[in-house]
Design a protein around this ligand. Sequence first.
Ligand SMILES: [Zn+2]
Length: 170
Amino acid sequence: MQTVLNIVIDAESAVHGLEQLLGISSMAPVRSPFGPDRAFCQTFDGDPIALRDAVLAGLAGKIRIVVRGKDGLPVAMSSAQRLFTGAIRDAVLMTATHCTSDGCIVPATKCQTDHLVPASQGGETCVCNGGLACGHHNRWRYLAKVKVRRLADGIIATFRPDGSRIAPPM
Ligand SMILES: [Zn+2]
């Protein structure tokens, strides 16, 4: 059985850790580890972890990252697993009633849950990166090398490799 390491990190520190990992010079001020607006990146037991290491492990899918907002409540949580199972799968199933490929009417219960941004490209196994597609369209998306993204209005859109959107049927 796999042991999951949970890392709790505040949202600003998570961005800072990603910048460190990418080698982007961040002008963000160093924040105090004390006080109500403190920066933190730690295990559940409070053991500190380097920001860069936490983000790197999160991208590799070896840990679960819990991002907390300024009020201390979790605002996002990744999964240490690569597959959508259990409650995360159920939550993704609730995001649509049918396959999200334009024009497809296969019902959600007969669809597969998969990453919108593939895990191989750094996509997280989280509800925000989960999408439904029937088996046919899930395979087609991979073979056709299309990109599938959730737009700001919640609509799932499919883009050809050249970046043009595949329009829904009229
Ligand atoms: Zn479909």
